[in-house]
Each structure stands twice: as C-alpha cells, then as structure tokens.
Design a protein around this ligand. Sequence first.
Ligand SMILES: *Cc1c(COP(=O)(O)O)cnc(C)c1O
Length: 358
Amino acid sequence: MRPLVATVDLAAIRHNYALAKRCAPGRQAFAVVKANAYGHGAREVVTALHDEADGFAVACIEEAAEVRALHAEARILLLQGCFEPAEFQAAARMRLDVVVQGPQQAEALLAAELAVPLNVWLKLDSGMHRLGFDSAALRSWHPQLCRARQVAELNLISHFACADLRGDSLNEVQLECFLDLLDLDFDQRSLANSAAVTSMPAAHLDWIRPGIMLYGATPFADLSAAELGLRPAMSLTGAVIALRDVAAGESVGYGASWVASRPSRIATVSCGYADGYPRHAPSGTPVLVDGQRAGLAGRVSMDMLAVDVTDLGGVQVGSPVELWGAALPVDEVAQACGTIGYELLTKVTARVPRRYQA
Ligand SMILES: *Cc1c(COP(=O)(O)O)cnc(C)c1O
C-alpha cells in the first residue's frame, strides 16, 4: 500500500466544537460540514458530532441529503439556498433550513407548493457583496415573507468579509448593519463564522456557524490555532520512499528549479499534487521528516515531492513524514504556500485514504 494517509482525529473535532460552544455560552451552533467537512469526511464528522451539534450547515442540497441520511432530527442549514425552484420541495421534504439570498429565490419560494413550511434565513448583504439583500430590499421583502404560508420561522443571517482581520473596521460596519435590522421581527439571528465566534461576542446572537475552527485550523492570519486552544484534526502523513546524495551544483525535480548549494541529502516522499499538496509550494516549505523539520526542495510532482534532509539525523527509507497535522500546523504550510489552511484541507483528494481515530 502506498504510504500516504490522512488521519482524522474525531476527538479533536469534538473538542473544537465544544470550544466553539464555550466561546458563545447559551447560543446554538451549526457545525459547518460543507465540502465534505472541509475534506475530513462529512459522514464521519456528522456521526462524531451526532449527539453534540445543534445543527449542521452545508452549501447545497446534495450535501444536505447526505447529512439528513445520517441524522433524522438535526437542523440542517442550506447556506446558499436553493439553486432551482424544484429544490424547495425537496428541502421541505428533508425539513431543511433554507437561506434565501436574492429575489429569484424569494419569488421561487413564494410560488412553491410545499408539504410543510420551511425555516427561512433571509440573507442580508451587510458588506461582503456576494450574496444577500441590502437593508432596504430586505425591509421591503420582510412583510411578505413573514406572512407567507411557505415560511415557518423567518430568520436573519449574514456573513463577514474580513472577520479574519481582527479589528478591521468593516467588521463593525457589518455588525451594525445587521443589528440595525433587528427592529424587524425575526425568530432567529446568525452572523458569526469561526473568526467571529472566537473574537466578536457581540456577533454571537442566536446561532453561531463555526467551520474551520472545528478542524483545528485558524481563521486568522495573525493568531495560531494553538493560541486559540484548537486541536488539529487532520494529519497528512507519508513516508520517505527513496534517499540520495546530490553534489553541489546538481538539481532536483522538474524544471531543475532547485540546485544544491552544498553536498545535500534528498529524501523523496510519497505525496504529490494529485493528493492535494499544492504544486506551487516553494522550496523551503516546512515538512516534518521523522519528527524533524526540513524544507521542500524543488517542484512538487504529481505523486511525490523532495525534501532537503541534509541537516537531519537518522532519516531512512520508510521514515515517517508529516506534511501537516498534529506536529506541523496546516496554517504554517499554507502560509508558506501563499494560501490558507481552508484550501489545503479541502483539496486533499479522494486518492488519499482517510483513517479515523475515535
Ligand atoms: C463556510 C461558511 C461558514 C464557516 O466559515 P469558517 O470561516 O470556516 O468558520 C459560515 N458561514 C457561511 C455563510 C459560510 O459559507
């Protein structure tokens, strides 16, 4: 068997969910499990949080169906709402909570014949300018939706654009925009993603929506997961599959982009971009070989990558390699690659077997 596996620590996910709940005492939480639970496996994550989570949030109805099959009772929030009118009937049959993020969705809802009314989350565009109604449009839709026979609860939702930048003035603007609408009658309110769960208590309201923090990565550029008390959930581990010495002046990998500046020892590792490791990771990106820090050498290949282990002791063919995880934060690797932990976690491909620790 190829030595590459993504080990998922379900106890860490339960710990991180509990931490999110402690940040917002008395509030309810939608555990965000879109995109296959950020690459961790929606089935296993939903099962692990089955008894704890107040609800789950997903991007689309296909993801919602997967969660509903595992959990008959939980509230399941469809974050982008329905993409076509017929989905409202399916959403009602599955008893989903549905975001309504624009006039086409609102009209389709009001025209739908539903078996049971839906919990509707009217989306406010408080400043992200991606989805949602502006304040004036939301005020004008409110009375009609309040009275509609298709609507059970009428709720308010919005999303932060810069919650990852603590103290950014847009956060306050968005929060105020949200609070300004609360003279209208809503059953439930929800605004906080992971960043706001951990840093903006005024945004907690009725339902928080933690995503990335459940998986033990940080939503912030300047505050680590460990500082937040989070435990990393996924460890991506491979092994050294070959070792060689190269002379000064010799190159390593495609494009010969890395050239040894001294006699060097190169370990070839069983992980490549077809596994989801970023091809654009530069030389020097941290990798843990046998528990010791080393740096990537040269371009990432489809199925392999190379690491400069010249300064490490005891490395052998078969030595374990952590690409990220319990001992090397995914956020550090992401930073070296000019991206965020979210992208690395969600991009681990189906080729990589997931192994679960209860
Ligand atoms: C993905 C998503 C979240 C979770 O965001 P994190 O930064 O991962 O906590 C919350 N709300 C909405 C609308 C989302 O799309």
